[in-house]
Structures are given as C-alpha cells and as structure tokens.
Design a protein around this ligand. Structure first.
Ligand SMILES: [Zn+2]
Length: 236
C-alpha cells in the first residue's frame, strides 16, 4: 500500500499510523496553538521543535530498522522496537525530567527558546500519557522506570483506539481552526490542510481497511466474541 501511494501522502500518513505516540504532527499543531497563545507567535518555532523532539528517536529507529536492517513492519513494532537500546532512546525523548531540565537551563541563562522547547516537550509527554497502553513510555526516566498503563490507546482497537484516534483528530481540528484564524501565511495553512488530510488518510487506511476485512469475513467468523474480533483486527 505504501509503495503504491504517492510519496507526499505516504509522508503525511506516516505519522498517522499506530507506531508513534499521539501522532507526531498532532503534537505540533496542538502545542503551537496552546503554548503559542501563551508565549506569543514569535516563539512558534521552538514550541514546534519541542513538540516534535520527543518522537525523533522513533523516527530514527524506524528509518534504521526499515531501510538499513530491512525488517518487515510486523517485526519492527513487535520485536525491534522493544530492544533495550531503542527503548532507552525513546525514554530519553519522552523524559519529563530531562525536558524540565532544558526548560530550567533556559530560565537560568535567560534563553526563551530553550524554555519553550522544554515546556513543549513536557506537554508532548502529558499528551501521550493518557493514550498509551502496553506501549507506554517511561516519562520519568532516568529518575524512575515507571510506565503509566492507560486503559486507553491512541491506536489499539482493544483499548478504544478507534474512538481515541477520532477524538485526537477532533482536538487537532480545533487547534487547526484556532491557528487558521490567526495570522497564518498560506504555507502554514497548507501544512494544516496536509496534516488534517493525513489524519483522514491514516484513519481510512488503518481502520477502514480492517473494518472492510471484518465485514467481508464469513458470517460464522463475524459471530465471534468482540474481544476475539479485536485481536484478529490487530493481527491483520
Ligand atoms: Zn511521543
């Protein structure tokens, strides 16, 4: 599917698949809207940077195992992602103590850019916290290895992933409308359209395809218990 999709749509929908946190581009839109209203429009770039930074190790991980090690997606997200080295990198990216340290450093040396990078990275982690189940991050690393296992998931159908991802898209739409009504150049509006389009494409690909497969199953198989059907959906 990915290979046959034009590159720009592949790029946009990349973040809409299940392997990132709350979708990375969503963090960008929500953080710039929420924190930009406090910090002022001049600091949108460090806010955006802080919103994207926590997921950077995951992008590097994916590029490495996909294009260097050439692993299939199923192995990537079920095995390679849980290697200790990559788990440590992801934990560093999503560490609220480390992000707080960056913000504090910025405060003491009077660098607003660092302050807002740190604050935005903390907000990213707070956004991830309630929507990760078995793939929860260690947000208090290196002080603690504690993971908050939420009953909700931003992608997993067994943990209300369909509804959580829809709610996330709704939040991004509200933030987009807020930014759109501000002083936004045409390029910024184009990015918002692409991001929201990527949610639609990602949702259609990930859930629409699975829903179609489920509907196309034989009547006997569709009579399974909901939990069994959900497991089947995930393993497709
Ligand atoms: Zn994240």
């Amino acid at each position: 599917m990915i290979r046959s999709t034009p590159f720009i749509f592949w790029l946009c929908s990349l973040g809409s698949f299940r392997f990132l946190a709350m979708n990375t581009q969503g963090h960008g839109v929500v953080n710039v809207a929420a924190l930009g209203a406090i910090a002022g429009p001049k600091l949108w770039l460090p806010i955006l940077g802080g919103a994207l930074l926590p997921d950077l190790p995951i992008f590097i991980f994916y590029a490495w195992v996909k294009f260097i090690e050439k692993l299939p997606d199923r192995t990537i997200w079920r095995e390679a992602y849980y290697r200790p080295f990559w788990q440590a990198m992801v934990a560093i990216g999503h560490s609220m103590p480390l992000a707080g340290a960056i913000a504090l450093l910025g405060y003491f040396i009077n660098q607003p850019v660092l302050i807002w990078i740190g604050i935005s990275a903390i907000l990213h982690s707070l956004e991830d916290l309630p929507v990760h189940n078995h793939d929860a991050h260690r947000h208090f690393f290196p002080l603690s290895d504690y993971r908050f296992i939420s009953p909700l998931s931003y992608w997993d159908p067994r943990h209300y992933g369909r509804w959580v991802s829809l709610a996330e898209w709704g939040l991004v739409l509200i933030a987009s409308a807020f930014l759109w009504s501000g002083i936004l150049p045409w390029a910024g509006r184009l990015v918002l359209v692409l991001i929201n389009g990527s949610y639609g494409i990602g949702y259609a690909i990930f859930y629409g395809r699975k829903l179609w497969k489920t509907c196309a199953q034989s009547p006997s198989s569709s009579q399974r218990a909901p939990s069994q059907a959900a497991v089947s959906l995930k393993s497709d």
